[in-house]
Ligand binder design. Structure first.
Ligand SMILES: Cc1cc2nc3c(=O)[nH]c(=O)nc-3n(C[C@H](O)[C@H](O)[C@H](O)COP(=O)(O)OP(=O)(O)OC[C@H]3O[C@@H](n4cnc5c(N)ncnc54)[C@H](O)[C@@H]3O)c2cc1C
Length: 453
């Protein structure tokens, strides 16, 4: 199939979904203009001008097939996801998780895009989406979409936009940590001992909990705790649900033995390497909206962190998304403007890998329309299909609430299987098999043959 000339698609937003979408469109023979507003206009969470900048934790979660995220990665390998390849190339040690050096990941994505002759990059804020004959907009502007574009999307869809609140965890330097007190270990000794751990005895834990409860929180515009993202609760909110909540939550000590005593500590704080050179560490599960001064004071109570130097403090943000079940067609084009397509977190998916997946799938749908190919629906037994075809278009709930992938989204097995882990593995195997079959179907194979040149 010949290359589709003109920038047939303008991808708005050079984040995780937008970069994956641009690379997939180029792969499918379509000329793309990728428009990113940074550095001219910044979001409240991004820090630089890099493409595919990861704003918070550097973890892309588990790679184990018996986890939702592990299965999604297996499926993305079948699709040929470009950003997942870049993530593996820039990985840092993180046990069973795939974690990346943020700067290297962003640089690799940018390098990959720069070698694509079909992608041109421009830097400016897009604040209107005019109708242009034969051209398409793919909007992947993420949870921190600029206000002017939020307004434009609101006018097109005729709907109020939705939102929830999400928080970032702080990052500290390795050289400021006391390595005499912290110890290296992996939970249950699985994989390499990649995490730094701080053991808290009961008295230290209780003082830490009390200090957290008394610490001052930053004001966040229109903040309402009912609108917090469930999978990413700020640490002070978890603490407020009871004195033991942290020890059963982000500070759970299970599978981590104190090397001094050989016993399980009352609670454990984990720190994960954030860059390839190993100079930065993130506090795992410490998303917060405490005032910066109080973050420093309270988090320095953690054994080994008394002199911690914070290179980034935790922050909370209001995240925008669209009411996909009501304003989108199943190919992710807007019902009222079929030339405008959406991808990434604004569709109501949550998470880095989920956003890449959404970018890839919207790009495939858009390319299929341009090449006049009718794609079959994604298999519902796959994690991708369960998320993008089923969950996002469920109209039985009044309000779409963003979600990470998980096995609860995937239909039950036809034959009962004993054991939770065995059931997940069986669902994973079924998902990979149905997706491989889908990729072999004639229209999909024809789309994939539509490469440039
Ligand atoms: C504070 C916060 C913390 C998060 N923490 C995590 C986490 O720890 N783990 C996790 O898995 N997920 C996390 N997420 C959720 C989500 O996975 C990420 O936000 C992810 O980056 C979403 O991908 P995206 O491509 O949809 O958006 P983004 O990666 O945010 O990309 C959108 C891009 O669009 C650009 N843009 C916005 N408006 C315009 C415009 N009008 N014109 C041109 N460009 C524009 C932005 O500058 C940005 O580069 C977090 C989100 C937030 C906001």
């Amino acid at each position: 199939m010949p290359v589709v000339e003109r920038p047939a698609v303008t991808v708005v937003g050079g984040g995780l979904a937008g970069c994956e979408a641009a690379l997939q469109l180029a792969r499918l023979g379509i000329r793309v203009r990728l428009v990113e507003m940074r550095p001219d206009v910044q979001t409240p969470a991004h820090r630089g001008d890099g493409l595919a900048e990861i704003v918070c934790s550097n973890s892309l979660k588990s790679t184990a097939p018996a986890t939702g995220s592990g299965l999604l990665k297996e499926e993305l390998d079948l699709f040929g996801c470009r950003l997942l390849e870049c993530a593996r190339e820039s990985s840092v040690p993180a046990g069973a998780a795939l974690a990346v050096d943020r700067d290297e990941f962003s640089a690799r994505v940018a390098a990959r895009i720069s070698t694509e002759s079909l992608i041109e990059i421009s830097r400016s804020e897009v604040s209107e989406l005019p109708l242009r004959d034969g051209e398409h907009w793919l909007v992947a502007t993420g949870p921190l979409t600029s206000p002017s574009l939020v307004e434009v999307l609101g006018k097109i869809t005729g709907q109020r936009s939705l939102h929830f609140f999400d928080a970032i965890a702080p990052t500290v330097t390795l050289e400021s940590l006391d390595l005499e007190i912290l110890y290296r270990a992996a939970r249950y000794d699985r994989g390499e001992a990649d995490y730094l751990n701080s053991a808290l005895d009961q008295a230290t834990y209780e003082s830490f909990h009390a200090a957290l409860m008394e610490a001052e929180k930053a004001d966040v515009h229109a903040f309402d705790r009912k609108e917090l993202f469930e999978g990413c609760q700020p640490i002070e909110e978890i603490a407020a649900s009871g004195p033991k909540s942290l020890a059963f939550g982000p500070l759970r000590p299970v599978g981590l033995h104190d090397p001094d005593t050989g016993r399980r500590a009352h609670a454990v704080v984990q720190l994960r390497q954030e860059n390839r050179s190993g100079t930065l560490y993130g506090l795992v599960g410490f998303q917060t909206r405490l005032k910066f001064g109080d973050q420093k004071r309270v988090f320095r109570m953690i054994p080994g962190l008394a002199r911690a130097a914070f290179v980034r403090f935790g922050q909370m943000h209001r995240n925008f998304y669209l009411d996909t079940p009501r304003c989108c067609s199943r190919d992710f084009s807007l019902k009222d403007r079929p030339d405008v397509w959406i991808a990434g977190q604004i569709t109501g998916v949550e998470g880095y890998v989920e956003s890449m997946t959404s970018g890839l799938i919207t790009a495939w749908h858009l390319a299929a329309r341009i090449h006049d190919i009718e794609l079959p629906g994604l298999p519902l037994d796959s994690m991708t299909g369960a998320l993008l075809r089923n969950f996002l278009f469920d109209r039985t709930t009044e309000k779409l609430s963003p979600m990470n992938v998980n096995f609860g989204l995937v239909p039950d097995l036809a034959t009962p299987t004993r054991g939770k882990r065995e059931r997940k593995i069986a669902k994973s195997e079924r998902a990979v098999a149905v997706l491989a079959e889908w990729l072999g179907q004639e229209p999909v194979a024809r789309l994939l043959a539509a490469t440039a040149g």
